[in-house]
Design a protein around this ligand. Structure first.
Ligand SMILES: *Cc1c(COP(=O)(O)O)cnc(C)c1O
Length: 375
C-alpha cells in the first residue's frame, strides 16, 4: 500500500457538515471580507496563542512583510534570517525594501544558531534592525539566546511561526515569543484554511492597530488613509473554516506527537539515519517529521520505489538560491549540509499506525541492504 506524505481528506470529510453550515451562515450575510467570522477567529486565535491580539491577513508571506513594515523596517535596513527556511521568510524582507542577512543554523534543531547570529552582528557591518527566527518543522527556535542577542543589539524579533501553530518554548506558545509573530494557514500547515490565509499575533495594542490599518490600505476610517498600506485581508469564508479547524488543532498536534513517538520507536538504532531531536524546554508540534542521512538520495529512491511519500525541506539553502545570490556572503556550512541530508517522512494527524509501521519497515530494509547492520 502506498503511504502519502500528507493526506487531508479524512480530516476534511469529518468536518464537512460543519463547514457547510458555516458557509451557509456567511452566504446569508453576503459579508465576505472582514465581519463577524474574521473578528471571531481573531479573538479565538489570540486566546489560543495566549496573546492579546491576532490580526487576520491574506497569507503568511504578507504577515511577515506587514510585521516588518509595522515595525518601521524598510529601505536601507538589513534583517537577519536563517538561511535554512522556506523562501518566503527572506522574500518578505526584500518586499519591504530591506536586505536579508543570512545566518547559519543549529545542526541539531535546524533553527537559527544564536552564536552565528551574534557573530554576524559583530562582523557584518550591515545595519541589521530585526531578526526573524523560524520555528522550523514545528519546533521553536532557541528564543532565550536570540532574545539576548536582540536585546544587546536593539533588534526587533519577528517570529516566523508558519510551521509551529501550538508549539511551546518554556511553556509559552509560539506567537507570544517576540515583538510580533507571523502565521500561515496554507492548507497543509498544522492549522490550514481551505485556501490561502495568514495571521499576525502580538501583545502591543499600538502595533496591533498599525497592522490592522496596514492590511486594509492604510485606512483608519473608510476612505481616510493614514498610511500607504496593502490589500491583505482574511476572507470571511476562510475565517469560518479556520474557527472550526482551530477547535481540533490541539488534538491534531497531540496525534502528530504520537506519530513521532511511533517513528522514534520503530526507527531506534537504525544505522545510517539520525532522528529528530526535541531541544530542552520545547514542545514540538511536528509540522514535519524530518530525519537525516548522508545517503539521503539513495534512501529517497528506495522509499519512492516502495510508494512511500517523502520530501526535502529544503534542497537548497537560501544563500545558494539564484534569487538571493545578491545577498549571499560566503559559506554557511551547517545549512548546506542539512540541505544535502534532510528527508521528511509521511506525517499528518490521521495517518494510521500500520502506515507508520510500514514506513519504518521500509527504512529498516534500506538500512539492512545499505549497511548490513541490525536495521
Ligand atoms: C508556509 C511558510 C511561509 C509562507 O506562508 P504562505 O501562507 O504560503 O505565504 C513562510 N514561512 C515558512 C517557514 C513557511 O513554512
Amino acid at each position: 500500500m502506498a503511504v502519502p506524505l500528507i493526506d487531508l481528506s479524512e480530516q476534511h470529510a469529518a468536518l464537512r457538515g460543519e463547514f457547510q453550515a458555516a458557509f451557509k451562515r456567511v452566504l446569508a450575510t453576503s459579508g465576505f471580507i472582514g465581519g463577524p467570522e474574521v473578528e471571531g477567529f481573531e479573538r479565538e486565535f489570540a486566546t489560543y496563542c495566549e496573546v492579546e491580539h491576532a490580526i487576520g491577513v491574506a497569507n503568511g508571506t504578507d504577515a511577515l512583510a506587514l510585521a516588518l513594515r509595522a515595525l518601521g523596517i524598510g529601505a536601507g535596513d538589513a534583517v537577519a534570517v536563517p538561511t535554512f527556511t522556506f523562501a518566503a521568510t527572506a522574500e518578505a524582507v526584500c518586499h519591504v525594501g530591506a536586505r536579508p542577512c543570512f545566518v547559519d543554523i543549529d545542526p541539531v534543531t535546524f533553527t537559527i544558531d544564536p552564536t552565528a547570529l551574534r557573530r554576524v552582528m559583530a562582523a557584518s557591518g550591515l545595519p541589521v534592525k530585526a531578526v526573524i527566527p523560524v520555528h522550523l518543522y514545528g519546533q521553536c527556535a532557541d528564543m532565550d539566546a536570540i532574545d539576548a542577542v536582540a536585546a544587546e543589539n536593539g533588534l526587533a524579533v519577528i517570529e516566523d511561526a508558519a510551521q509551529a501553530h501550538g508549539a511551546r518554548h518554556r511553556g509559552r506558545r509560539a506567537g507570544g515569543l517576540g515583538h510580533a509573530a507571523c502565521f500561515s494557514f496554507y492548507p497543509t500547515k498544522n492549522l490550514g484554511a481551505l485556501g490561502d490565509g495568514g495571521a499576525l499575533t502580538c501583545r502591543d495594542a499600538a502595533l496591533a492597530a498599525r497592522l490592522r490599518e496596514l492590511r486594509d490600505h492604510g485606512q483608519r476610517e473608510k476612505y481616510l488613509h493614514a498610511s500607504v498600506g496593502f490589500n491583505s485581508r482574511l476572507d470571511a469564508l476562510q475565517a469560518a473554516a479556520l474557527r472550526i479547524k482551530l477547535r481540533h488543532l490541539d488534538d491534531g498536534n497531540q496525534r502528530r506527537r504520537a506519530v513521532a513517538r511511533r517513528y522514534g520507536e520503530g526507527l531506534a538504532g537504525v544505522p545510517g539515519i539520525t532522528l529528530p531531536v526535541t531541544a530542552a524546554a520545547r514542545e514540538h508540534v511536528y509540522h514535519l517529521y524530518v530525519i537525516r542521512s548522508d545517503a539521503r538520495d539513495d534512501l529517497r529512491r528506495h522509499l519512492q520505489r516502495q510508494g512511500i511519500g517523502n520530501a526535502i525541506h529544503y534542497p537548497v539553502a537560501l544563500h545558494q538560491q539564484e534569487a538571493f545570490r545578491f545577498a549571499a556572503d560566503g559559506r554557511l556550512p551547517v545549512a548546506e549540509q542539512a540541505a544535502r541530508e534532510v528527508l521528511a517522512l509521511p506525517m499528518y494527524p490521521e495517518i494510521s499506525h500500520s502506515a507508520v509501521d510500514q514506513v519504518c519497515e521500509a527504512v529498516r530494509a534500506w538500512a539492512r541492504a545499505a549497511h548490513g547492520g541490525q536495521g
